[in-house]
Design a protein around this ligand. Structure first.
Ligand SMILES: Nc1ncnc2c1ncn2[C@@H]1O[C@H](COP(=O)(O)OP(=O)(O)OP(=O)(O)O)[C@@H](O)[C@H]1O
Ligand SMILES: [Mg+2]
Length: 253
């Protein structure tokens, strides 16, 4: 089967800073990919380029056969995205967000309303459906972004730190939901620093450091060495910038 996501030399520079450095990646349909890396490694920049939120400096990405450079609208129809900076409208309620997005994707109003109701119920947002996004808590906004990403039943999901700031109950709902989507064939591209969650969900791990992919393998193969995901991550991310820094002035003798 041809890959559903292909990155060719995908790069992004910000002035002199090379945030993403010519990365190549092929992802088979149905893969649950954990895209990990230290803070500032280039994960969010990569996700923003693949999902059409940021133009690449060089290279391209193909999603389900469509180039993000030449066919951004065709790409957007296939994907759902939870970006790290949630793009919500302050003065729309949670319910209004979902009905608006349903319409944009061409769903009938009956279908939109029934999906919106189920998503809000599943995510524990139903009682708050009339709350404006600006007045919603951090976790509520995160859950709303997730509902927005799912309402058109996309084949491919990009989730940038979806577990950050949500409570343990919502975390379990989200884990179960992602597992179910993955089992039914949805391709999932996940960034997260919560390694215990990543370990329980993904089947492939890609680690990016300073804009370059330093490790890319199936979780099963990586686990054969008997190392924990934390050891694999720290081993791949390498350099220990904190080595030798003691902070003697901060407490102690
Ligand atoms: N708009 C921007 N302008 C300038 N530099 C940027 C911009 N966006 C990202 N960068 C830089 O690009 C690099 C990669 O950032 P990115 O947000 O992709 O990292 P990340 O891997 O998602 O990190 P984190 O784990 O902290 O979310 C960082 O050095 C960051 O400062
Ligand atoms: Mg990020």
């Amino acid at each position: 089967m041809p890959p559903i996501i292909t990155l060719h030399g995908l790069s992004r520079h910000f002035g002199d800073k090379i945030a993403v450095d010519a990365i190549d990646l092929e992802i088979a349909p149905g893969t649950f990919l954990g895209f990990l890396g230290p803070n500032g490694a280039g994960k969010t920049t990569t996700v923003r380029m693949i999902t059409g939120l940021l133009a690449p400096t060089a290279g391209d990405a193909e999603i389900a056969g469509h180039s993000i450079r030449r066919e951004p609208v065709a790409v957007k129809r296939q994907i759902g995205v939870v970006p790290d900076t949630l793009a919500l409208f302050d003065r729309l309620s949670l319910w209004e967000h979902l009905t608006l997005v349903g319409q944009v994707y061409g769903l009938s109003s009956t279908e939109t309303e029934s999906r919106a109701t189920e998503l809000l119920q599943l995510l524990g947002l139903w009682d708050d459906r009339a709350t404006y996004a600006v007045d919603a808590s951090h976790g509520m906004r995160k859950k709303l972004a997730l509902a927005i990403a799912l309402i058109h039943a996309p084949r491919i999901l990009f989730l940038d730190e979806p577990f950050e700031g949500i409570d343990p109950i919502a975390g379990k709902v989200l884990r179960d939901l992602l597992r179910r989507l993955s089992q039914s064939g949805t391709t999932i591209f996940l960034t997260s620093h919560i390694l215990e969650v990543v370990e329980r969900l993904v089947d492939r791990l890609t680690i990016i450091v300073k804009g370059r992919i330093v490790l890319d393998d199936s979780l099963a193969t990586l686990r054969q060495g008997g190392r924990s995901l934390e050891e694999i991550f720290i081993g791949a991310a390498g350099v220990d910038a904190a080595a030798g820094v003691e902070l003697k002035w901060l407490g102690g003798e």
